[in-house]
Design a protein around this ligand. Structure first.
Ligand code: G3P
Ligand code: MG
Length: 254
């Protein structure tokens, strides 16, 4: 897919439900859906058995009760752990979602997905390839029918993961995540045939935004939590952003 042949929903709930529910869980997704969100960003990494789970950190302890690394456990072991207590007692026992189940649920409910491939160090290729293979299988009909707006967008800070995703499923759109755009951002985007650039809004300037848009790439910012800042970024040509504050910035934010 070429840059420019592709469009975003404007506002995505970051990690499913922003900071109003435990991140990267079904509870978070439901909180976003309850507030009208139909587009989300979430993080994916591999468990020890190579099965992807929805999780941000490569270690346990912050959002999942337990110790050690995600890669020390099989996916079903992680799915039996508690990813909700850290947020509130009411969410005790909230499981770590299996990626395939989470993505299937989103698809069934018309939730558009930015799947962030978040490989544990050393597992970039395996993670990128696995996420792309599962996503492509899940959306095989939409891909075959050319329903570009329905298929998920794969993004990653890992160039290796994006290369692996392109190898496995070239038809799925990809975005380069870069905290700060380096001078050679376009070369990097070209080398994985990305359709878009995802960047930290704190480092973006109007000039850089203009450069990215003029080159035909989509432009997305993370994580924008103030409405005034969101408006400013949109005025620079930013097309979409994710937010933690789904209470302050709604899905129809203009
Ligand atoms: O995908 C955008 C954003 O989620 C990247 O940062 O650490 O929140 O996954 P992080
Ligand atoms: Mg993320």
């Amino acid at each position: 897919m070429k840059p420019g042949a592709w469009r975003y929903p404007r506002v995505l709930a970051h990690r499913g439900g922003g900071t109003l529910a435990p991140e990267n869980t079904m509870a978070g997704l439901h909180e976003g859906m309850r507030r009208g969100f139909r587009a989300i960003e979430y993080d994916i990494m591999l468990a020890r058995d190579g099965v992807p789970v929805v999780m941000h950190d490569p270690y346990l302890g912050r959002t999942v009760l337990g110790t050690g690394n995600v890669f020390d456990y099989d996916a079903l072991e992680l799915a039996g752990m508690d990813a909700g207590s850290w947020f509130a007692r009411a969410h005790e026992g909230e499981p770590v979602p299996l990626f395939v189940e989470f993505a299937s649920y989103c698809k069934a409910h018309g939730i558009w997905m930015n799947m962030e491939i978040k490989p544990a160090p050393g597992y970039e290729i395996e993670t990128g390839g696995t996420v792309a293979r599962i996503a492509a299988a899940l959306f095989a009909d939409e891909i075959a029918a050319g329903q570009v707006a329905a298929v998920p967008l794969l993004s990653s800070f890992s160039h290796l993961a994006l290369e692996a995703a392109r190898e496995v499923a070239p038809e799925l759109p990809r975005a380069c995540l870069m905290s700060e755009l380096p001078p050679d951002w376009e070369r990097r985007a070209q080398s994985v045939e990305a359709v878009a650039i995802h960047t930290n809004h704190r480092h973006l300037t109007p000039e850089l935004a203009q450069e990215v848009r003029a080159a035909g790439y989509g432009l997305f910012c993370y994580t924008v939590n103030e409405p005034a800042r969101a408006r400013e970024l949109l005025s620079w040509g930013v097309e979409a952003f994710c937010t933690d504050r789904i209470d302050l910035i709604g899905p129809d934010f203009a």
